[in-house]
Design a protein around this ligand. Structure first.
Ligand SMILES: NC(=O)c1ccc[n+]([C@@H]2O[C@H](COP(=O)([O-])OP(=O)(O)OC[C@H]3O[C@@H](n4cnc5c(N)ncnc54)[C@H](OP(=O)(O)O)[C@@H]3O)[C@@H](O)[C@H]2O)c1
Length: 292
């Protein structure tokens, strides 16, 4: 197995989990974080509590800036802190590394490609329930840990597979990114607006949930993804009643939400293609001005 040099920008729920798993396989992992978190991780490493992997610790480097070359940069901040966080990764230090963002949304791809012209920015998504209760402390709930990658990050795909992650490589970047958004955007927008879990949304706003699923699917099709709103609807109705979205959780806690990266991105893509999304637009507009 080739040992990779991996930098993880934003060692929270997603980034911290993958950092632990990769470091335990012998890869050289550096977590890039704000100074306090970077110091904590440098001194204490990362601790993972996972339903799937058990209790694990990993020694990794912590730094507040990328100082030397890496093979792979995983970008795992939230969209709301992406621009600020990218200041920690100078383009001239990153060079031609492979950059894999695992953020929800689609617009970060163009932003990363513009900023890191010499790098290979490869689309990725992750399906998982992970959180960061304290710096360096990572929780992974349930068994789900599935990463989809576009071609171009094969060494990372192999390393993640060896580390126990379910990895799929698929050729269609638009499909990879929009498949995720087709479910996530309706689920996040409706649960956040209702300040309620998915079961309540299905019971009280089921028609609207189905309508937003159809609108986002139409945008996804216009973007080149083979979306299937009937399958997304079936999936949305198969999930547990108590399921929440992270947008809803962030809104409830008074934290910045990924509304623009998720809902705003759907509207901007709809406008580019002339697709009508009246309900999605009204919900995004309502949430844009809602205090808390
Ligand atoms: N969590 C999930 O289960 C899940 C599932 C699928 C997709 N996603 C997506 O994955 C992305 C990451 O989500 P997450 O839940 O992992 O977020 P998170 O737990 O909040 O982690 C974000 C990390 O970014 C760090 N950060 C914030 N500002 C920074 C800055 N200026 N410089 C460097 N690091 C900075 C935070 O540092 P501190 O530790 O210092 O706060 C934190 O470690 C999001 O787009 C989310 O939608 C998440």
């Amino acid at each position: 197995m080739t040992s990779l040099r991996v930098a993880v920008l934003g060692p929270g729920g997603v980034g911290g989990l993958l950092a632990v798993l990769l470091a335990r396989q012998g890869h050289a992992v550096t977590c890039l974080a704000r100074p306090g978190t970077a110091r904590h991780i440098e001194e204490h490493g990362l601790r993972l509590t996972s339903d799937r992997f058990g209790e694990l610790t990993a020694e990794v480097d912590g730094a507040d800036r990328l100082a030397g070359p890496v093979d792979v940069l995983l970008v795992t901040t939230k969209a709301t802190s992406l621009d600020e966080a990218l200041e920690r990764v100078p383009a001239e230090v990153l060079g031609d590394a492979v950059v894999v963002p695992l953020l929800n949304g689609v617009e970060h791809m163009a932003a990363l490609r513009e900023r890191y012209a010499a790098a290979h920015v490869v689309a990725g998504t992750i399906r998982v329930f992970a959180s960061r209760p304290a710096p360096g402390e990572i929780r992974h709930e349930g068994q789900l840990l599935a990463v989809q990658l576009a071609p171009g990050a094969e060494p990372l795909a192999a390393a993640l597979t060896d580390a126990g992650v379910d990895v799929t490589v698929r050729p269609d970047e638009a499909g990879l990114l929009w498949d995720k958004l087709c479910f996530l955007a309706p689920m996040a927008l409706l649960t956040t607006r209702a300040r309620a879990p998915l079961g309540t949304v299905r019971e009280q706003h089921g028609d609207e949930l189905a309508a937003v699923i159809a609108e986002v699917a139409a945008v996804a099709r216009a973007e080149g993804a083979a979306s299937d709103p009937a399958a997304t609807r079936e999936f949305a109705w198969s999930l547990p009643d108590g399921m929440h979205s992270s947008m809803q959780r962030d809104a409830a806690e008074g934290n910045p939400t990924e509304l623009e990266a998720i809902g705003g991105a759907v509207l901007r893509a709809a406008d580019r293609h002339g697709v009508e999304v009246p309900l999605t637009r009204s919900i995004v507009d309502e949430l844009r001005v809602r205090p808390g």
